[in-house]
Write a protein that binds this ligand. Structure first.
Ligand SMILES: NC(=O)c1ccc[n+]([C@@H]2O[C@H](COP(=O)([O-])OP(=O)(O)OC[C@H]3O[C@@H](n4cnc5c(N)ncnc54)[C@H](O)[C@@H]3O)[C@@H](O)[C@H]2O)c1
Ligand SMILES: [Fe+2]
Length: 381
């Protein structure tokens, strides 16, 4: 057995954990902070709670609050220009994956030359980054602990990823109280993103015993709790479990990578701006149906972990998970592609672009054709 497994996170977990922020900031001897969030996080009252703690630290700060969902290179460059102007030497990102990914990308540009698109790919960030404290408010992307930043290149019309161990946030404050205000549809979509991470990393070509352990445990926790938080956003025990499940899963997919579901979702977001979690959730059941023949035993393991009972006939059992995921997505209000405004005449162009997604290299079923992708899109329509 030969493998490597990377973990580099300092996590402060728990309701009220944000009160530890002043102490964490002071540990880094930062002279000027940039605090990154978006308008939704501000409207939910979270930004003010975070800024109150920043003020207790006594460190001066500048706010960048123009994060957008599916952040683009342009927004990264705008935030980086401001960070350079104010001589920021540390960052706080409070928000979902969009805010944390943006802060990671800006952080790359503080200690490395050039523009952010030059870092698309794996292990291209040569110099270590500045301190970044991530405060996730969705559950979620796991971006708070991953080595990934996902960005849109509006010129090339692609969603690409910067993957590098140098960009992992230096500290995480995982305070489940901050997820209470996530709207129901965003709770469902972000929770399905997390379930997609667990499933895709478990069956990835790069999975190892350590990633599989994280992926399966994450899947179990997320599957048990997602329906609860969608039904009642104030169920704080379930919200807490979702945040925990995301962190556990994140260690898995940060090391094992993802697959075809993310390849399709990135293409849908790049062309049509679909929310990341919603795009994943829409195609997840059909991609798992498609993948089942390449990893039937793993499909059965996942089905068992979420409480399903196999019949003993592998030919049938390998589809149990896909069927259950379809039931789950329908029960929590995940939309079809047509309901998200996608037109059938775009399938050909979308499928062509999906085939160029590097993440397909980790998918258990290989030799994916354009016709295969179109068939999946039609089912999700
Ligand atoms: N870096 C990674 O490892 C990784 C993994 C998966 C996805 N991603 C990326 O993360 C992005 C998606 O992030 P996301 O799904 O967390 O959503 P998001 O950050 O785009 O936020 C979605 C919406 O929810 C609102 N919101 C967030 N937290 C809230 C709260 N507590 N209360 C009220 N509203 C709140 C935001 O204002 C926004 O309008 C995508 O760009 C995706 O590609 C990154
Ligand atoms: Fe994702």
């Amino acid at each position: 057995m030969n493998f490597s497994f990377f973990v580099k996170s300092n996590i402060t977990f728990g309701r009220g954990a944000v009160e530890r922020l002043p102490e964490l900031i002071r540990n880094y001897h930062i002279s000027h902070l940039m605090v990154v969030y978006d308008s939704g996080v501000k409207a939910a009252g979270i930004a003010d709670k975070v800024l109150a703690q920043v003020e207790k630290s006594g460190v001066t700060y500048t706010v960048f609050d123009k994060v957008i969902p599916n952040p683009t290179n342009e927004v990264v460059e705008e935030a980086a220009a401001l960070a350079r102007e104010v001589k920021a030497d540390g960052f706080i990102a409070a928000g979902g994956g969009s805010s944390i990914d943006l802060a990671k990308a800006v952080n790359v540009l503080m200690t490395n030359p050039g523009t952010i698109d030059e870092y698309g790919g794996m292990n291209l960030v040569k110099n270590p980054c500045l301190p970044l404290i991530a405060i996730p408010t969705t559950a979620g992307t796991s971006s708070e602990i991953t080595n990934v930043s996902a960005l849109i290149d509006t010129e090339k019309v692609i969603k690409y990823v910067v993957i590098d161990n140098n960009i992992v946030p230096s500290d995480v404050i995982a305070d489940p109280d901050f997820t209470r205000t996530v709207p129901q549809s965003v709770t469902a979509a972000t929770g399905m993103d997390a379930i997609t991470h667990a499933v895709e990393s478990y069956i990835s070509n790069e999975a190892t015993p350590l990633t599989e352990y994280n992926s399966l445990k994450g899947l179990q926790i997320l599957y048990d709790n997602l329906p609860k938080v969608v039904a009642d956003g104030n169920d704080m025990d379930a919200r807490e479990q979702m945040m925990l499940g995301c962190i556990i899963t994140g260690f898995g997919f940060s090391n094992a990578n993802l697959g075809l579901v993310h390849g399709i979702a990135h293409t849908l977001s790049a062309h049509f701006g679909l929310a990341h979690g919603m795009a994943n959730a829409t195609v997840l059941p059909y991609v798992m149906e498609y993948n089942a023949q390449s990893c039937p035993e793993k499909m059965v393991h996942m089905a068992q972990v979420i409480g399903l009972e196999p019949t003993g006939n592998l030919e049938e059992d390998k589809y149990l998970l896909a069927k259950e995921l379809l039931k789950l997505t329908k029960s929590i209000g995940i939309k079809t592609l047509s309901e998200q405004g996608i037109r059938e005449e775009d399938f050909d162009m979308l499928a062509e672009d999906v085939l160029h997604e590097p993440v397909l290299g980790f998918n258990p079923r290989q030799n994916i054709t354009k016709e295969d992708v179109i068939a999946i899109l039609k089912k999700a329509y």
